[in-house]
Design a protein around this ligand. Structure first.
Ligand SMILES: NC(=O)c1ccc[n+]([C@@H]2O[C@H](COP(=O)([O-])OP(=O)(O)OC[C@H]3O[C@@H](n4cnc5c(N)ncnc54)[C@H](OP(=O)(O)O)[C@@H]3O)[C@@H](O)[C@H]2O)c1
Length: 235
C-alpha cells in the first residue's frame, strides 16, 4: 500500500485515533475523507468531510456513493459501554455489537466493490488487545472486539481474490476520550497510528501497536488459567 497515492476514508475521524489517522494520512500525501456521525465536529484541515454513522445502512450507502475513489478504508469508529455480560444493560450490549461487528460489516460491504473497482486497495480494522482477552467491567466490549477480529480474518479470505489487503490493528490502552476514566498506563494515540500506517505500507496482515497487545496475543498459546490467574493476581 503506497499511502501517498491512496484515497483514504476514516470512520470516526472527529476525535481520538480517527482524527490522528486523518491527519497522518494527509501528511503522507493521501486524499482523505474524514467522516463522522456529526460532520460539523470534524476539524481536520485539508480533508473532505462526510457524514457517516456506521450503524445506519443508508448513511453508509450514501458515503460509499459520495466517495467512489476510495482505495483505503479505515474502520476506526467504536464505543465502550462498560458493561458486563451477565447483568449488563442489554440495549448497550447490543449497541456495542451493532457498532463494532455489524457497523464495521456495513462499511466493509459498502466499500468492497469500491475498492475492487479501484484496484483492490486495503482495509484496516481497529481492533484491540481485548479481541483476545476478557476484562471484568468491559466484557461486552471484549466480545464485540472478538467478533470484529473474526470478521477481519473472514473478509481477508473473501476479498483476497480482488486484491484487497485486510489488516487488523491491536492495541491496549491509548490516551483518548474512550479511556479517560482508565488510570493505568496509556500509549500515545499518534504512535499507535504511526505503527498502523507503517504496517499498512509494509503490507502486514496484523499490527501489534504496543507491548500489552503482544503479551496478550502470546498468552493465547498458554493455558487460560495461567494467563488470567497470573496476570490479574499480580496486578
Ligand atoms: N483508546 C483505546 O485505548 C483503544 C484501545 C483499543 C481499541 N480501541 C479502538 O480504537 C477505535 C477508536 O477509539 P478511540 O480511542 O479513538 O475512541 P474515542 O476517542 O471515543 O472516539 C470514538 C470515535 O468513534 C466514533 N463513533 C462511535 N460510534 C460511531 C458510529 N456508529 N458511527 C460512526 N462513528 C462512530 C465517535 O464519534 P462521536 O464523536 O460521534 O461519538 C468517535 O469519533 C475504536 O474502535 C476503539 O474500540 C481504542
Amino acid at each position: 500500500m503506497e499511502l501517498s497515492q491512496s484515497v483514504a476514508l476514516v470512520t470516526g475521524a472527529n476525535r481520538g485515533l480517527g482524527r490522528h489517522f486523518a491527519e497522518q494520512l494527509l501528511a503522507h500525501g493521501a486524499k482523505v475523507y474524514a467522516t463522522a456521525r456529526n460532520p460539523r465536529r470534524v476539524t481536520v484541515p485539508g480533508a473532505q468531510v462526510l457524514q457517516l454513522d456506521i450503524t445506519d445502512s443508508a448513511s453508509v450507502a450514501a458515503a460509499a456513493a459520495a466517495a467512489p475513489d476510495v482505495t483505503l478504508l479505515i474502520n476506526n469508529a467504536g464505543i465502550l459501554s462498560q458493561q458486563n455480560l451477565v447483568t449488563g444493560d442489554l440495549d448497550k450490549i447490543r449497541l456495542e455489537m451493532d457498532t463494532h461487528y455489524f457497523g464495521t460489516l456495513n462499511a466493509v460491504r459498502a466499500f468492497a466493490p469500491v475498492l475492487a473497482k479501484n484496484g483492490g486497495g486495503a482495509i484496516l480494522n481497529v481492533l484491540s488487545a481485548l479481541s483476545w482477552m476478557s476484562y471484568d467491567g468491559v466484557n461486552t466490549y471484549a466480545a464485540a472486539k472478538a467478533a470484529e477480529w473474526s470478521l477481519t480474518n473472514g473478509i481477508r479470505l473473501e476479498l483476497a481474490g480482488q486484491g484487497t489487503l485486510v489488516t487488523g490493528l491491536h492495541l491496549g490502552a491509548a490516551d483518548t476520550d474512550m479511556m479517560a476514566d482508565w488510570e493505568g498506563d496509556k500509549v500515545n494515540p499518534a504512535d499507535v497510528v504511526r505503527a498502523a500506517l507503517a504496517g499498512l505500507e509494509a503490507g502486514k496482515l496484523e499490527v501489534l501497536a504496543d507491548d500489552w497487545s503482544a503479551y496478550v496475543k502470546a498468552s493465547l498459546a498458554r493455558d487460560p488459567g495461567e494467563f488470567y490467574v497470573q496476570t490479574f493476581s499480580a496486578s
